[in-house]
Design a binder for this molecule. Sequence first.
Ligand code: G4P
Length: 541
Amino acid sequence: MTDIQREAARRKTFAIISHPDAGKTTLTEKLLLYGGAIQLAGSVKARRNQKKATSDWMELEKQRGISITSTVLQFEFSDHVLNLLDTPGHEDFSADTYRTLTAADSAVMLIDNAKGVEAQTRKLYAVCSRRGIPIFTFVNKMDHPGKGPLALLTEVEDVLQIRTTPVNWPIGQGSDFRGVFDRATQMVHLYQKTAHGASKATVDVMPLDDPRLEAALGNELFSTLLEDIELLDIAGDAFDLDRVSRGELTPVFFGSAISNFGVELFLRSFLSMAPPPAPRVSGEKVVEPGEEFSGFVFKIQANMDPQHRDRIAFMRVVSGRFEKDMEVVHTRTGKKLRLTRPQRLFAQERETVEEAYPGDIVGLTNPGAFRLGDTLSLDATNKFEEVPSFVPEVLAVLQNQDVSRLKQFEKGVQQLTEEGLVDVFMDRRSQRREPILGVVGRLQFEVVQFRMISEYGVKTSLEPLPYTLVKWVHGSLADLDGAFLGNGARLLEDAHNRPVMAATSEWNMDFVKKQNKNLTFFDTPEEYEQAMRERGKAAAI
Ligand code: G4P
């Protein structure tokens, strides 16, 4: 085994998916605590407090009490390196969340014992499920009265269409929650309450036949536990790592993040079950983690720190060893690029990265060099297509309210587009050169307007448009310019000058298609590009 393979094998890159308030911040904080990163745990906590109190670097997060942007936390536990990708938890969805999940090899699905599978969890689950990554379920807040373990398992199976296999089983719930029974070791973990904070839970581990157990639990809880265990052996699915790896079966853990119950047990099992960094597809071939360096940019964030005013591209290392000052090929342009000042970001703090391995996330500061989805690699032929484009569902014209700040307005629109926060379009037929923004969730508009004012000093207004559907279009100039659109469609072009049809409904889109048989329509920019490449090849022959 090479050094690179060894380093890759001890890494786990994952995200926690949940509905707001299920306890993601708390669980993150506790995972960091067990990983020995107490200082980091403090900063996560500080971030939560910031959500409520003092000013945050993303003021809007504070105002809405939500977390919009994602950060990456790295910590070590039991000779493993864990990369935790923080996905935004707000209810209105953004493409950023999807993109962040493309960098994860597995996900922890956090469920509130009382609330079960909530809306946001369902959406995030769908994204993970499409990618087929393993999902580990942590049922949180067992110290609160809830739906009960069996009902929750059924709910997960029915709502998400995934089978469940409980790894441990709760002993009591609400104020009676005393601990969990670990099925693999057949040991009972009894917890003692500690104050919510820095100290780890005190655990008493004993076998089922330990006479202290019945005394500690009392007759009723003890006999319920024995009955539950018997039921489990005949009811739940058997644990099967292959099915877990394919995303068909989710191991389920019970606990209470706030009181540290079940957190360490979860972490240890997670380490033994979660996959190491996965190989990724590049064109016709598969790039294995042990190969020479490659990675892809899955997120770009401008102005992360108002004091720095810079832009950071987050790159996930796919293979090989990444080294500071390394020269790589930026495979979209074919140019060579020296990666100076690579950074690791901890909440607010930054640290220079000397080296990184598959699964790690590196922040790159090369301004303007990167676009979402870009591949960086020693092998110039590599091109990962991991990061999908998102097709906007809501459109609006963004108007500049302050003519004297036109330059800043344009810069802001350009940078936020490059970040992938919005898509920008122009009307092909109108003289009005105001940008039309397209987003997946409406909240993104608020974020754009907020950031335009706070980062670029430009006040803007929005004029909503009725279009809910866009398609990329190919046709001759004459066919495009002469296309008959009716009242429910409009011809735009995107930031790369590709023609785009926007329509108010499926019916109107079909109408335009029927009226303009010489035009070809594509659902995504990738499909459009693919078709153009094939045309180019055919023309060359
Ligand atoms: P989020 O990031 O998923 O939005 O959730 P967060 O961790 O901020 O937790 C949401 C609320 O749930 C917090 O209460 C938190 O303390 C509480 N919580 C988290 N885990 C548990 C648990 O295991 N049991 C119980 N009973 N509560 C839990 P809060 O009142 O909003 O904040 P705070 O005053 O506790 O800071």
